[in-house]
Design a protein around this ligand. Structure first.
Ligand SMILES: [Mg+2]
Length: 278
């Protein structure tokens, strides 16, 4: 796709749509893949678990066939709450003549499998074996600091369970910048979605779309942004998974309607200069 590089080829920031700039006063950010790398590689846990579960059904499909099915639907549902991937798993179990557990049971099973990896990273962070910046998307903290300098109210909205998001945001040193609040998945999944967070902000502050900025690496938040006429910035962070999932992330974010695409926040100054008419 041809991009209008208003920034005169000096940066890797791509401007895809004409935007009414200079009005942003609120920003909603996604967490995993946009700010945090603590859960990076989660697909390497979710996919094998789901294949194991589907192997227990009376299906005669091979491991490889099941893998291809699982990779497809997990990938497609990324960015929504985890429970939606588990709801699809239940359907796939039933389709193959198996008896499915509750989606929440599968979600607990997944969290239990992912926890040791997450906890290991957190432990290394706490005993300073790794630095918090190693588990943050490059310059994401600095980006948040800049947003707060310009009095932009920030909100964190994640499909990961709220208690994990709050804890991990604190560990990464970013929690304090979300003066608008931190939102994440709840046990009752009907009570949270990124779309609901966005709608509430628009209503509470009686905003026009161009006053709200949405920043994320998932097509879900980009689509949500576009249906609210907000400005959508897609972050094309690389994902570490063995299934090559999200390899076409940039194209996918563009297809979802991203107005701007950038690889991370290393060019935050240029991005904000453009967005805020500085
Ligand atoms: Mg994400």
């Amino acid at each position: 796709m041809e991009t209008n590089n208003i920034l005169e080829n000096s940066t890797s920031i791509e401007i895809l749509n004409h935007i009414d700039t200079g009005k942003v006063c609120h920003a909603v950010l996604d967490f995993d893949g946009t700010i945090s790398l603590i859960r990076d590689g989660w697909q390497n846990v979710m996919v094998p678990m789901m294949i194991d579960i589907l192997m227990e059904t009376p299906t005669d499909e091979s491991h490889k066939q099941l893998e291809s099915t699982v990779v497809k639907f997990v990938d497609k549902l990324t960015g929504k709450q985890t429970i939606y991937q588990m709801i699809q798993l239940c359907k796939e179990v039933q389709k193959r003549g198996g008896t499915a557990k509750e989606p929440l049971d599968y979600k607990d099973m997944y969290n239990n499998r992912l926890l040791p990896i997450v906890n290991d990273r957190i432990a290394k962070l706490e005993n300073q074996e790794i630095k918090s910046e190693d588990l943050r998307v490059p310059m994401s903290l600095e980006f948040l600091q800049k947003l707060s300098t310009y009095n932009i109210k920030c909100y964190l909205a994640s499909g990961t369970d709220i208690e994990f998001v709050k804890h991990e945001a604190k560990l990464l040193g970013v929690a304090e910048y979300f003066d608008g609040g931190i939102f994440g998945a709840l046990r009752d999944f009907s009570k949270f979605s990124k779309e609901m967070v966005i709608k509430k902000i628009l209503e509470d502050f009686n905003l026009h779309g161009n006053e709200l900025l949405i920043v994320g690496d998932g097509y879900v938040e980009i689509q949500n942004a576009k249906s609210a006429n907000a400005i959508a910035v897609g972050i094309v962070t690389k994902e570490n998974n063995i299934y090559d999932m999200n390899a076409n992330k940039r194209q996918r974010l563009i297809r979802a309607g991203a107005d701007i695409i950038c690889p991370d926040f290393r060019e935050a100054d240029q991005l904000l200069t453009y967005l805020l008419n500085l």
